[in-house]
Design a protein around this ligand. Structure first.
Ligand SMILES: [Fe+2]
Length: 190
């Protein structure tokens, strides 16, 4: 269960309300598995709902950054993170059809989304918010970018990010192992 807390706040109303909405949908997806093995349609429908919401949120966030003239280097980096999330998730879904049982796959998907959201919201989204605040106070986008490439975080937030990164890394190595095994099986069948 991922709970919304002040650590996640960017103090930009639209962004915070959409991030909170993502948490609600993610918990809804996790809840599907709290009652045993859910139907495939139920998981697919909830996952799709989450993906659609994430897509809309990324679009809105990017439109806001453009509108407020955020530094183009930062925009490109942020846009890349959004795209890689959508891409990774579609890979996970594709892979889920190949093998592994449904529950294992779903657990991987929930874990991936949770870690990614925590990492992203506490990382690049906070940096974005700091830059937008600086621009609002009269700094040029370039200066706002230079002054806020990274930000100071308290211990609790740093710990949350570290856990999320470790989880993402663990998920990636597991994913690589499965792919490696598949590749080996393919070679043996040639
Ligand atoms: Fe973002």
């Amino acid at each position: 269960m991922l709970e919304w807390s002040e650590h996640f706040e960017t103090h930009i109303e639209l962004v915070d309300s959409q991030h909170a909405g993502l948490f609600v949908l993610l918990n809804k997806l996790a809840d599907c598995f709290a009652i045993g093995v859910p139907s495939e349609e139920m998981v697919e429908q909830t996952l799709q709902e989450l993906l659609d919401y994430a897509h809309q949120h990324f679009t809105d966030e990017e439109a806001m950054m453009k509108e407020r003239n955020i530094d183009p280097q930062f925009f490109a980096l942020h846009h890349m993170e959004h795209n890689s999330f959508i891409y990774d998730l579609s890979r996970l879904q594709l892979h889920s059809n190949a093998d592994e049982d449904a529950v294992q796959t779903a657990e991987n998907v929930v874990r991936f989304i949770t870690s990614w959201l925590v990492y992203h919201i506490l990382g690049v989204d906070q940096i974005m918010a700091a830059q937008l605040r600086a621009i609002e106070q009269g700094m040029t986008p370039e200066a706002a970018y230079q002054a806020n490439k990274s930000i100071h975080r308290d211990m609790a937030t740093t710990q949350l990010i570290l856990n999320a990164v470790l989880d993402l890394w663990r998920g990636t190595t597991e994913h690589c192992r499965v792919l490696e095994a598949e590749l080996l099986a393919l070679k043996q069948n040639i």
